[in-house]
Ligand binder design. Structure first.
Ligand code: UD1
Length: 422
C-alpha cells in the first residue's frame, strides 16, 4: 500500500512544470482506434490511468509504446471488440472506448460501469447519443452490447444532450468522426479537454468545428491519417498545486499550463488573498500567498464554472484559513468523502447534502488518514502542508491514477513530503 508522509508548515517556493492532462489524453488514446495506422502523443503523463488505457488498447490488438512522455499507438490491426470488466471497474472513463470500437469495428461491448465513491455516475446520455447515431444497444446482466444498426455504419444526426456531460460529449464526438454525413451535438460540454480532443482529431483528418461552444459539429470522413499531437498541461494538477501554496503560504510558479483554462479557480485564489500573475504567452502562472486564506463561497458546475475536480483541494486550504466558507457541489452527489479525513486533521467541515460549511482553523494537525479518491487524496496532501507534525496518507494508489508524482512536485517546491512505501 503506498503511503505518503508529510511534515507541514514549510512555505513553498520555486517553480515546476505541470504534467500533461489526464482527462485530455485518455479520450485521445481511445480515439486512436479510429485510425488504421499510427498516432503519436507527446507530453503524456506517466500515471496509472494512462497505463490502464494502454492495457485496453493492447488487449484490443493495438501495439503501444509509452516511453518518457511519448506514447505511440499502432492501431493497424485491431481484433477485439470487448472492453474487459477489470479495466472498466479500474477506470470508469474507459467506457469512451465503446464509441471508438463502434466507429472502427461496427460493434463494441463493455460491462456497465457501476457507481463510484463520488456518485452514481450513470451513462444514460452516452448510450442515448450512440443510439441517436444508429447504434443498437442491448443491455443484459450488467453487459452493454452496441452494434451499428446499418451495415454501412453510423450515420450523422442531431443530438440534444440535456446536461453537458463530458463523457457523453466525448462519446458522441468519437462515434461521429467516421459516421456518414453531419452530426450536431447540442448542449455539448465545453471543457478545455473537449476542445483539445477535437483539435487532436482534426489533426488526424477529422472535420470538427464549434468545440468550446454548446454546439459541436462533425462532418464525417471516410478515414483518418497518421498524426502527432502534444497534450496540454493538466489544469486540475495545476489547480491542486495552487491550492497547496494557499495552504502552505509562499510563492510558486507553475509552468506549461494555460491560465485561461483556470479563470475562475485563479479568481477564487485572489479573492482568498493571493496575488496571481498570469503570463499567457509563456504559459506560466505565479501565485504568491503571504497570509491565511480568506473565506470563499464556491459552487461547482460544468466549465466555465468552478471544476468539481478542484473542490476537495480548495476545501483543504479553506479549512486551514480564516472565517467560514461554503462549497456547493453541483456535479457529483457524493463528493464530500474527504471532509471526514480532513476532520481527523482538525478541520471543521460540516456537510449536508450537496453543501459543505468549512470553518477555518490553523494550524491543522498531522494525522493518519486514508485517501478515498483521486482528488480527495491530493486534497489531504494539501491539508497536510498546513498541519503541525506528521501526516501519513495511506492508500495513495488513488492519487497515482492522476498525479505523476505528487511528492516529487511538492518536494521540488520545498515541501517536506515523501513516499514511505510505493
Ligand atoms: C469527467 C472527468 C472528471 C470530471 C467530470 C466533470 C474524465 C476522465 N473525467 O467525468 O474528472 O470530474 O468530467 O468535469 O474526463 N451524468 C449522467 N448521465 C450520463 C453522464 C453523466 O447523469 O450519461 C451525470 C454524472 O452522474 C454527473 C454529471 O453528469 O453527475 C457530470 O458527469 P460528466 O460530465 O459525464 O463527467 P465524466 O465524463 O464522468
Amino acid at each position: 500500500m503506498s503511503v505518503i508522509q508529510v511534515f507541514g508548515l514549510t512555505p513553498l517556493e520555486g517553480e515546476i512544470s505541470i504534467q500533461g492532462s489526464k482527462n485530455a489524453v485518455l479520450p485521445m488514446a481511445a480515439a486512436s482506434l479510429l485510425h488504421r495506422g499510427i498516432t503519436v502523443l507527446t507530453n503524456v503523463p506517466v500515471i496509472r490511468d494512462v497505463a490502464c488505457m494502454v492495457d485496453i488498447l493492447e488487449y484490443l490488438g493495438a501495439r503501444c509504446c509509452h516511453k518518457g512522455d511519448c506514447l505511440v499507438i499502432d492501431a493497424r490491426h485491431i481484433t477485439g471488440t470487448s472492453i474487459p470488466e477489470k479495466y472498466v471497474t479500474a477506470m470508469r472513463s474507459s467506457i469512451v472506448v465503446l464509441s471508438a470500437l463502434l466507429g472502427r469495428m461496427g460493434e463494441g461491448r463493455s460491462c456497465y460501469p457501476g457507481g463510484c465513491l463520488i456518485g452514481a455516475r450513470p451513462i444514460d446520455l452516452h448510450l442515448m447519443a450512440l443510439e441517436a447515431l444508429g447504434a443498437e444497444i442491448k443491455e443484459h446482466d450488467g453487459l452493454i452490447e452496441a452494434r451499428c444498426r446499418n451495415k454501412e455504419g453510423l450515420k450523422g444526426t442531431e443530438i440534444h444532450l440535456p446536461y453537458p456531460s463530458v463523457g457523453a460529449t466525448e462519446q458522441a464526438i468519437l462515434a461521429s468522426v467516421l459516421a456518414k454525413e453531419v452530426t450536431v451535438i447540442h448542449g455539448a460540454a465545453k471543457e478545455p479537454e473537449i476542445s483539445q480532443l477535437c483539435r487532436f482529431l482534426n489533426n488526424m483528418g477529422a472535420v470538427i468545428c464549434g468545440m468550446g461552444t454548446d454546439h459541436v459539429m462533425i462532418q464525417g470522413v471516410e478515414e483518418l491519417h497518421d498524426s502527432s499531437f502534444r497534450v496540454e498541461g493538466d489544469r486540475i494538477v495545476a489547480g491542486t498545486y495552487a491550492a497547496a501554496v494557499m495552504a502552505a503560504t509562499g510563492s510558486i510558479t507553475l509552468k506549461e499550463v494555460r491560465a485561461a483554462e483556470l479563470e475562475l479557480p485563479l479568481e477564487m485564489l485572489k479573492r482568498s488573498g493571493a496575488s496571481v500573475r498570469k503570463d499567457s504567452c509563456c504559459r506560466q502562472i505565479r501565485i504568491e500567498m503571504k497570509k491565511r486564506p480568506q473565506p470563499l463561497d464556491i459552487r461547482t458546475g460544468p466549465y466555465p464554472e468552478f471544476p468539481t475536480d478542484l473542490q476537495s483541494p480548495y476545501m483543504a486550504f479553506l479549512a486551514s484559513g480564516q472565517g467560514t466558507s461554503t462549497i456547493v457541489e453541483q456535479v457529483f452527489e457524493g463528493r464530500f468523502a474527504t471532509a471526514k479525513a480532513l476532520g481527523q486533521m482538525g478541520a471543521v467541515v460540516e456537510t449536508e447534502g450537496q453543501r459543505a460549511v468549512i470553518k477555518g482553523s490553523y494550524p491543522l494537525k498531522g494525522a493518519d488518514v486514508y485517501a478515498s479518491d483521486l482528488r480527495g487524496g491530493a486534497a489531504l496532501a494539501v491539508a497536510a502542508l498546513a498541519a503541525e507534525g506528521k501526516t501519513l496518507i495511506n492508500d495513495c494508489r488513488h492519487i497515482e491514477r492522476g498525479y505523476e508524482d505528487i511528492c516529487r512536485d511538492m518536494a521540488a517546491l520545498g515541501a517536506d513530503i515523501r513516499w514511505l512505501d510505493k
